[in-house]
Design a protein around this ligand. Structure first.
Ligand code: PLP
Length: 452
């Protein structure tokens, strides 16, 4: 096939892409299958994929593959393309910046867009105090740097993370991450001075927020000692762990304890940040002001960018030259972030996330009326999940979850699973999706559930 044939069949991405679910081949179709066969030969097996497609365009609420299949996107590339894939403002900003300069290294020759992003993060993140920001490339790198900063500020080494937590795949963040398979198994030894305590998982632990906080704090005091503890790190709503929303009172009690004991409280908002939960940051939902906040995923519509933002005096603890990296705050990524932040602030995306949450929750609750296998429906805004259980015993049902997800994939709906027990389907649609596609995606899920 000539290049012209191939390109002529490829639609342009972005919001003008036809907003339909259309399956014209089995998945994968022949073109995707050929590319996935090359992937199997050329790409390390550890880099797996859940959708058997090769993507050529995406936008609004759909992803189009090389065979012309148009899939409903309920995943946003794991909560990344929240403003919509190939958003026109982002595409224009990236193109303009790429034509201007692509890299200088901010540590060598600074530029304004990095400062603009830092100012925006300082302004948008919760906390009525002076803040500063440093930029990096990935969520894991932001988490690593937040820990570095907290250790330097406190002169202490221990860090507490929580059951069901996920913070990344680098060595330090693997140590912080709870789940062994697939994230940690065989990849040790892990970084020292990381301790894990139970958090708050109301559906499974039955504790109030105050009780769960007391349990965690007692363990910290007895087994680690506050004066050895640099930081506590937690996702306000746990992502990979199963969209676990802590009981009211849990997070504020932990924050209060950290303040009393000079411990840096780090909110990992890599997944929950940037309008995803129907608030600009999930910390706002729980009324907490973290000392440090890590961001990534939704920040730049898919370009690699991450940030650590927090109290100026903590952020300034690291000596000059102690923070940075070759690419951190790359100018093209910063241009994308500024365009995305413009969209978050001016295109009503916080409100849109709330509406999406209402649609998803109402539909899922209606399904649960006749189907007790939907054990728990939880989340906020456009970050909603269902935990599937055995209707009799309440035990996690990973087999059902996998079967339903697989059926949705075959019918052209991009669905992600998660959860420590592998029994959670999570919905992370782009905020640019229409209600019709959202409802059609849930229709497919409901039909798959009936068959399962
Ligand atoms: C995805 C994620 C990370 C890791 O981000 P990467 O960009 O994949 O390194 C860290 N924390 C949370 C809460 C995440 O969801």
């Amino acid at each position: 096939m000539t290049l012209t044939d191939e390109t002529s069949t490829i639609p342009a991405g972005g919001p003008t892409l036809e907003q339909v679910r259309r399956i014209v081949t089995e998945l994968p179709g022949p073109r995707s299958a050929a590319i996935l066969a090359r992937k199997a030969d050329a790409v390390a097996s550890g880099v797996a994929h859940s959708m058997p497609v090769s993507v050529v365009a995406a936008g609004g609420g759909v992803v189009v593959d090389a065979d012309g299949n148009s899939l409903i996107d309920l995943g946003s590339g794991i909560a990344v393309t929240s403003v919509g894939n190939a958003h026109p403002k982002v595409a224009a900003a990236v193109a303009a910046q790429a034509a201007q300069f692509t890299h200088t290294c901010f540590m060598v020759s600074p530029y304004e867009s990095y400062v603009d992003v830092a100012e925006a993060l300082n302004r948008l993140t919760p906390g009525g105090f002076a803040k500063k920001t440093a930029l990096f490339n990935s969520g894991a790198e932001a988490v690593e740097n937040a820990i570095k900063i907290a250790r330097k500020h406190t002169g202490r080494q221990a860090v507490v993370a929580f059951d069901h937590g996920y913070h990344g795949r680098t060595n330090l963040t693997m140590a912080l991450t709870a789940k062994a398979m697939p994230y940690k198994s065989g990849f040790g030894p892990f970084a020292p001075e990381i301790y894990r305590v139970p958090g708050s998982y109301p559906y499974r632990d039955g504790l109030t927020g105050a009780e769960a906080a007391k349990r965690a704090i007692t363990l910290i005091e007895k087994q680690i000692g506050a004066d050895s503890l640099a930081a506590v790190i937690i996702e306000p709503i746990q992502g990979e762990g199963g969209f676990i929303v802590p009981a009211d009172g849990f997070l504020d009690a932990v924050v209060a304890w950290c303040r009393e004991n000079g411990v840096v409280f780090i909110a990992d908002e890599v997944q929950t940040g940037f309008a995803r939960t129907g608030a600009m940051f999930a910390s706002e939902i729980f009324g907490i002001e973290p000392d440090l906040i890590t961001t990534a995923k939704g920040i730049a519509a898919g370009l690699p960018l991450a940030g650590v933002t927090g109290r100026a005096e903590i952020m300034d603890a690291a000596h000059a030259g102690g923070l940075g990296g070759t690419y951190g705050g790359n100018p093209i990524a910063c241009a994308a972030a500024l365009a995305a932040i413009d969209a978050f602030e001016n295109d009503g995306l916080v409100e849109r996330a709330q509406q999406i949450g209402t649609v998803l929750t109402e539909r899922l609750r209606a399904i649960r009326e006749n189907d007790p296998r939907l054990g728990d429906i939880r989340g906020h805004g456009a970050m909603i999940a269902v935990e599937f259980v055995d209707a009799e015993t309440g035990a996690p049902d990973a087999a059902l979850t996998g079967a339903v997800a697989k059926a949705c994939v075959a019918e052209g709906v991009i669905i992600l699973t998660c959860g420590t027990f592998g029994n959670v389907i999570r919905f992370l649609p782009p905020l640019s999706i229409g209600d019709d596609l959202l409802n059609e995606g849930i229709d497919v899920l409901a039909a798959a559930l009936e068959r399962a």
